[in-house]
Design a protein around this ligand. Structure first.
Ligand code: GDP
Length: 298
């Protein structure tokens, strides 16, 4: 088990006697521990460094309140800064731009990230919470099983899927979905694009063409939260090549320590809108920055 940051810091501060205000030395000693804790939580090195530098500036010279120890005070400053980075302006967490029906939502991500499951979970949420009429379509023409999986999930949650036509290209399916969404009076149509094990030129090319056909209101990247730095690299590449509007991190029910979320936010600047917390259709939550901050601090 990891020693929690709060535990580490109380040890450090027992050896320090300063009272009144946090000195530069106190803060520096504490922040060495903070940096280790961030790295253990799978925050990338440049992000951890930059984060620690900012906390250093904020903390130095801050008065230590009588009711807390210097260690607790630093933990609080670190916590607040973590929440600030994770939340951004917070306005887009849990929200999707779905005005102007039918609003296209493009779902992208690597195979196995949880993209199809997340597409259905979001559709269910849009239907039940926002009372929207949703149409889903799978563009994964290489994997008939993935197309059928979306159809099965659709039946399970009571959301329509575009009928599967064998031999159609992803681009043709996207056009048909768009037309069906218009004719059928849907509020939202969600396109579950093909996933691959790795990002390759063909995958990107196809996603870009589909994007140009439907002009999505949201392009959501689904990443496996347990893959840490890999998830961040995947996000950078998808954002660079296709342009994403937000991220859904899956498998946050696992024992990942949440550091990837911090790197994700810091590196891509894109909001984490939702998190997946299980295999069931209602295991989708709005992203809660405080929970991740708590998890990183331990
Ligand atoms: P895709 O290849 O990206 O479309 O991935 P799938 O949607 O088929 O998901 C792959 C597996 O991950 C399935 O067994 C899902 O049930 C599972 N899965 C998806 N999201 C989550 C999640 O948030 N938590 C957990 N524990 N499992 C998930």
């Amino acid at each position: 088990m990891f020693e929690s940051l709060s535990e580490r810091l109380s040890g450090v501060f027992e050896r320090l006697t300063s009272r009144g205000a946090l000195t530069e030395d106190d803060v520096r000693t504490a922040l060495r521990e903070v940096r280790v804790a961030l790295l253990e939580a799978d925050v990338s090195l440049p992000v951890a460094r930059d984060f620690v530098r900012r906390v250093q500036e904020k903390a130095t010279g801050q008065a230590v309140t009588k009711s807390v120890t210097p260690g607790q005070q630093v933990v609080k400053i670190v916590h607040d800064e973590l929440v600030a980075v994770l939340a951004g302006d917070g306005a887009e967490i849990g929200r999707l731009k779905i005005d102007n029906p039918p609003a296209p939502i493009l779902m992208v991500g690597l195979q196995g990230s949880g993209k199809t499951t997340t597409t259905a979970k979001l559709a269910k949420r849009l239907k039940e919470v926002e009372h929207k009429r949703v149409l889903m379509a799978s563009l994964d023409t290489n994997r008939p099983a993935a197309m059928e999986q979306l159809e099965i999930l659709g039946r399970q949650i009571g959301v329509d899927t575009l009928p599967i036509v064998k031999g159609e290209t992803a681009q043709a399916i996207a056009r048909r979905a768009k037309q069906q969404a218009l004719l059928g009076g849907y509020d939202v149509y969600m396109l579950d694009t093909a996933g691959r094990l790795h990002i390759d030129a063909e995958l990107i090319q196809q996603a870009a063409e589909v994007r140009d056909i439907v002009s999505p209101r949201e392009t959501l990247l689904v990443v496996d939260g347990l893959t840490g730095q890999v998830a961040v690299e995947v996000a950078e590449e998808f954002d660079d090549k296709i342009g994403i509007t937000g991220v859904v991190m899956t498998r946050m029910d696992g024992d990942g320590r949440g550091g990837a979320a911090l790197s994700m936010r810091a590196v891509t600047g894109k909001p984490i809108k939702f998190v997946g917390t299980g295999e069931k259709m209602d295991a989708l939550e709005e992203f809660h920055p405080e929970r991740i901050a708590g998890r990183i601090l331990g």
